[in-house]
Design a protein around this ligand. Structure first.
Ligand SMILES: Cc1cc2nc3c(=O)[nH]c(=O)nc-3n(C[C@H](O)[C@H](O)[C@H](O)COP(=O)(O)OP(=O)(O)OC[C@H]3O[C@@H](n4cnc5c(N)ncnc54)[C@H](O)[C@@H]3O)c2cc1C
Length: 401
């Protein structure tokens, strides 16, 4: 049986950032990932054939200079010189089969009549719909802001707590305001995982976890066992709940209370000259079978353009999705030869979510059981890294072994 100081389950940015902090503190760290690739929502897919060398983000696509903890890790991984500026192109809306600018869809009269509420409205305790409809006006919200927020969280955003969506954070003036990396954001997760201080196992299913009062013992599908004094869960909450059923039965139901949404992403690479759509950052859909299509026009390529369409789960089969993509892009279905798919899972928090996460924190206090993910302060990459950092600091305060 192999012994580690820390075993992390889940190799998305939450699990890998936690592994990064812990290995730097000298902990022998193992990361176990169920799928065949690491990165989770970080997936910079590389195409082949005549689209070889072209990558497209099938999940997260943009980082900001306000992502201080992430930037700290990038600095420690010597990644700052891989930062890439994003072309200044805008998101546009798909309205009545036409691609329109966002301002063209707004009622400025309603906006000016409502915006003063920003000084009196409390974000805390409000939902996205109740907070923003007051500030921008009900019609503007329904027509423009609700679809835009749905695009941000790749699901219906109306009931999400308003304070989980956008956050004011200090900005690093020496870093570009918004950026990606050479090769895409997966460069970050790949680089963290390549650190020799972190052992990463992919395609590995944990089938059992026990705790004898001082060590966690994990069994995987092939019967191998691993032992560690600290266990970290960095999977979506339903999986964390399932994994903890035996070892933390009082915590498991809290995690099970957090609903999750599956997003079915289809990415396509298309020859530039086959498209007539002007360069854009992405397309916000209104009442469609997809929430948004994020484009690679932010990092132009000499021959290819790429779009990741984030579909609502179960609304169409693969052929139906490709037909809708060809309609939106105005190309023949046969043009879509370079296709990549990915399922992303995101939490769907609603107002009152803080009580669940407070409950989780109460139950893990004083235990060498760390829980991280995108369902604590928010879903943004920096929220994940900040949570991992605070869990690492909690462990530091307890002592590592
Ligand atoms: C389409 C999309 C676009 C986004 N764009 C942005 C953006 O531009 N900027 C931004 O800041 N944020 C963005 N986000 C949000 C952000 O990317 C995610 O919240 C974040 O990457 C989630 O990281 P995570 O590690 O918590 O979860 P995940 O990335 O989901 O990782 C969890 C990992 O756990 C693994 N796992 C699950 N079950 C098990 C198991 N039983 N055993 C082992 N492993 C398991 C999964 O396979 C996965 O690899 C976006 C999200 C999506 C979906």
């Amino acid at each position: 049986m192999e012994r580690y100081d820390l075993i992390v389950i889940g190799a998305g940015i939450s699990g890998l950032s936690l592994a990064h902090y812990c290995q730097r503190a000298g902990l022998k760290t193992l990361v176990i990932e169920r799928s065949e690739r690491i990165g989770g929502c970080f997936n910079s897919h590389s195409f082949s054939g005549d689209a070889a060398g072209f990558w497209l983000e099938l999940g997260a696509h943009t980082c900001y200079n306000s992502y201080g903890n992430l930037i700290g890790i990038m600095e420690q991984c010597a990644l700052l010189d891989r930062i890439l500026a994003r072309e200044k192109v805008s998101f546009r809306m798909l309205v009545d089969s036409g691609i329109k600018s966002i301002p063209s869809q707004l009622s400025f009269l309603e906006l000016f009549a409502s915006v003063w509420h920003i000084f009196t409205q409390e974000k805390k305790g409000a939902s996205v719909a109740s907070y923003y409809a007051t500030i921008v006006g009900k019609k503007n919200f329904d027509r423009v802001f609700a679809p835009a927020f749905n695009a941000v969280v790749s699901q219906r955003a109306n009931d999400v707590p308003a304070d989980m969506l956008f956050k004011k954070r200090p900005r690093r003036k020496d870093i570009l305001k918004s950026y990606t990396l050479v090769g895409g954001l997966q460069t970050i997760t790949d680089t963290i995982a390549r650190n020799p201080g972190i052992t990463t196992m992919t395609g590995t299913d944990v089938t059992g976890i026990t705790f004898d009062g001082s060590s966690y013992r994990l069994t995987t599908a092939d019967g191998t066992t691993f032992e560690a004094t600290t266990l970290a869960l960095a999977t979506p909450p339903p999986e964390a709940s399932r994994l903890l059923q035996g070892v933390a039965p009082e915590l498991s139901p809290f995690l099970a209370r957090i609903p999750c949404e599956t997003i079915e992403t289809v990415g396509v690479a298309v020859q530039k000259d086959a498209l007539r759509i002007a360069p854009l950052a992405g397309i916000i859909a209104v009442n469609d079978i997809f929430y948004s299509a994020v484009s690679r026009d932010t990092v132009p390529h000499e021959s290819q353009r790429g779009f990741s369409f984030h579909f609502k789960a179960g609304t169409a089969d693969q052929e139906g999705k490709l037909r809708r993509i060809s309609e939106v892009l105005g190309v023949k279905r046969e043009t879509l030869r370079h296709v990549a798919t990915q399922e992303n899972r995101l939490p769907s928090p609603v107002v009152g979510h803080g009580e669940i996460t407070d409950g989780i924190d109460r139950l893990i206090a004083g235990r060498r059981l760390l829980v991280t993910g995108n369902y604590f302060a928010g879903m943004a990459i920096e929220d994940c890294v900040s949570r991992s950092r605070s869990e690492f600091e909690r462990l530091t305060a307890m002592g590592y072994r």
